[in-house]
Design a protein around this ligand. Structure first.
Ligand SMILES: C[S@@+](CC[C@H](N)C(=O)[O-])C[C@H]1O[C@@H](n2cnc3c(N)ncnc32)[C@H](O)[C@@H]1O
Length: 399
């Protein structure tokens, strides 16, 4: 069981959030009953985040930004998106074509990227957005409608990945960490898969689930054994962590759509040997509720985000299987520095704006903030081009 902070540090749910969370919990209880009393953590996470009309990403809570549950790099500062734009511009100059952003949040990155690309004279033919959340898609439409006509007319929303392959750039910032993952506990006698059973009467912040393990099926047991074999140190008895089996089909589906160019993934994560470090005994799962991070996915169901760090070795393996090359892998700090974040700050006139940008840059770059935990990975197809964002650091040897 993951360690929970005292619930008192989390803000209480509003009456509307309580109603919503009860409805999500009721749906999960129905599914539990239909499944014979046990659901895998992966299925639980899928329902809590994506149940149609009810899940965290499917329904209408604020989610991102200061009024929401968490803040992402594009929400911290447009400096992030302007640096990404520089990388996109270099690729688009060679490939031409479009940008496809997967999971565009509030649309802030799209707006800042298009602004910067316009300034550099390298606009994509179109800027397509694939978004699973109807609520966030509506927020994106409102924000991007405010762009000048020459930019906003390039933006389109897709219902599914495009049938015609993309030439240019595909982007996904903090999307892979939201893919539902399986949780396991390593034991020499046999791997346990973690899941949930019903426990007591549902109440406001405790929707009546209890974590419960059962012997892993052959797929999970084999995957855990394989990853254990590749690690520098064996996993300790009782070690709990995550495996995201959805990474490979997700990367394969994106790769299928990339005719030529760059797929840029930014997320918090690690190469496998660091991800499954013996000291990380309870894994990487984190929940986000009103700017508080904690480790209990079984409270506030449907009104809090649930994430797990990305095993970038798994992403690289999936990329290789999908015929993509790993063109670069770096910390967010190295990536942004290589793309000139310091020059962007220096170019701001001295005064309040400069001070604000300097503060935002620190948050994006400092190791104890977002600089180290977040990584950027470039996956490429048919792109013989040095990628500027990956010239300061190359962590590919760690994958
Ligand atoms: C953590 S937010 C990040 C938003 C934005 N990229 C940013 O950095 O501010 C995750 C985003 O991915 C979307 N999302 C989650 N799973 C997705 C999927 N399988 N396909 C497309 N979008 C997805 C969410 O609705 C949300 O817009």
């Amino acid at each position: 069981m993951t360690a929970s902070p005292p619930r008192s540090i989390l803000p209480a749910l509003s009456p509307e959030e309580q109603r919503h969370s009860r409805a999500v919990a009721a749906l999960i209880h129905e599914q539990l009953a239909a499944a014979g009393g046990w659901l895998s953590f992966e299925r639980f996470m899928e329902l809590a985040l994506y149940a149609p009309g009810l899940g965290y990403y499917s329904a209408g809570s604020a989610k991102l930004g200061a009024a929401g549950d968490f803040v992402t790099a594009p929400e911290v500062s447009d400096l992030f998106s302007r640096c990404v734009a520089r990388q996109c511009a270099a690729v688009l100059a060679v490939t031409g074509g479009d940008i496809l952003e997967v999971g565009a949040g509030t649309g802030r990155m799209a707006a800042a990227l298009l602004g910067e690309l316009a300034a550099q004279g390298t606009l994509p033919g179109r800027y397509a957005i694939l978004e699973v959340s109807a609520d966030l898609a509506a927020r994106q439409r409102t924000r991007l409608a405010q762009l000048p006509l020459g930019l906003r007319e390039r933006v389109v929303w897709l219902e599914r990945l495009p049938a015609r392959p993309v030439r240019g750039v595909m982007l996904a910032n903090e999307v892979a960490d939201a893919l539902p993952c399986r949780r396991f506990t390593w034991r020499a006698a046999g791997v346990t898969e973690l899941g949930i059973v019903a426990a007591g009467e549902p109440a406001a912040q405790a929707p009546g689930f209890r974590e419960c393990g059962r012997p892993a099926d052959a797929t999970l047991a084999q995957q855990c054994a394989a990853l254990q074999e590749g690690l520098p140190a064996p996993l300790p008895e009782g070690y709990t962590s995550e495996v995201c089996q959805r990474v490979a089909p997700w990367i394969a589906s994106l790769a299928d759509c990339l005719e030529r160019g760059l797929l840029l993934l930014c997320d918090y994560g690690l190469p496998r040997r660091h991800y499954y470090h013996p000291q990380r005994v309870s894994g990487t799962l984190r929940c986000h509720f009103r700017q508080r991070a904690h480790a209990d996915p079984y409270i506030n169901v449907g009104v809090q985000d649930i994430t797990a760090w990305v095993d970038f070795t798994r992403v690289a393996e999936a990329a290789a299987a999908a015929d993509l090359a790993v063109g670069g892998f770096a910390t967010q700090a190295a990536f942004l520095l290589a793309l000139g974040i310091e020059q962007l700050v220096a170019a701001a006139p001295a005064g309040t704006r400069h001070a604000r940008l300097a503060g935002e840059a620190r948050r994006l770059l400092m190791p104890e903030e977002m600089g180290e935990a977040f990584k950027a990975m470039a996956l490429t197809r048919d792109l013989d081009l040095p990628l500027a964002g990956f010239t300061l650091q190359d962590l590919r040897h760690l994958l």
